[in-house]
Design a protein around this ligand. Sequence first.
Ligand code: NAD
Ligand code: MG
Ligand code: MG
Ligand code: MG
Ligand code: MG
Ligand code: MG
Length: 330
Amino acid sequence: MAKLYYDHDADLSMLKGKKIAVMGYGSQGHAQAQNLKDSGLDVVVGLRKGSKSWDQALADGLEVTTVAEAAAQADVIQILVPDEVQGTVYQQEIAENLKEGDILVFSHGFNIVYSQIVPPENIDVILVAPKSPGHLLRRMYQQGMGVPGLLAVHQDYSGKAKDYALAYAKGIGCTRAGVIETTFKEETETDLFGEQTVLCGGVSHLIMAGFETLVEAGYQPEIAYFECLHELKLIVDLMYEGGISMMRYSVSDTAQWGDMTVGPRIINEATKQEMKKVLAEIQSGKFAKEWILENRAGRPMFNSLAKKGKEHPIEKVGAELRKMMPWLQK
Ligand code: NAD
Ligand code: MG
Ligand code: MG
Ligand code: MG
Ligand code: MG
Ligand code: MG
């Protein structure tokens, strides 16, 4: 079983007297910066001049400056800009502002694992990754709770890197729920695998295949949308609350029988063989290399696939049907 750490395992005072720079003020940045500040720590947010988030961070009561200036001031540097730009931001604005004994923090290991960032040897490099979007991390913290998190140590110059990671996790509220120790490699490879094969890639293509099958057989797209996409939330919510067994308990026995007997024909041995290939490409760095090159080329494939996705009939019919459900509009 994984080792879990809680509030009593972490000493927040290790970060007292240290300046923490949070680079970026998006989903994770806004939540982590505000939670750290509310935990009594000294936080500065690093952003680009002219960034829309600049005024928001000021309005939230935070100190804001450029990434380079924040890096120069800080002893702890948390990089929460998008993974695809972290390498450039690090090389152009952070690297020359690191001093011996600084602590570099990540919430995803991609740039370390695939060597897009190669930190100097005289600093600590740690990972503290909340297992939730930033907005939930912030909301739970404000309610006196926390979301579970992961921690890992890539480089332990101080000899206290893990304690710093625990203190940081406490500062953002994750040790209230529990933090699991992992490695940069495990966090990164499993994150990529999960989003590609199950959470994003697997689910979106399962939905589209089901929808297309019904529509091609002459059923109304509106009905196909409800059966293959809309109702998924109810099923996922049940699994989120109580696992696959609770979902099977809650649906009809007819649905459960179909789940158990037909499911293995849809997600079969061939699917699993392909999953193993995908995992091997993540482990070898093949996936990362392609994604890095795609970004360098200005994302031609990314943009064309995204456009094609938006034009899929399920998106057109969905946009109409969601008008029937005004509570979905935010
Ligand atoms: P995001 O896209 O929501 O926010 C990125 C922020 O960086 C924005 O404030 C943007 O203005 C800023 N930014 C972009 N380019 C910049 C530049 N060149 N210089 C300075 N600032 C710049 O990103 P996010 O989802 O919060 O992800 C941040 C990190 O957290 C990533 O490593 C991601 O993998 C990780 N993470 C995200 C989640 C999540 O649910 N969103 C969960 C766990 C870990
Ligand atoms: Mg996106
Ligand atoms: Mg993930
Ligand atoms: Mg991910
Ligand atoms: Mg049904
Ligand atoms: Mg049942």
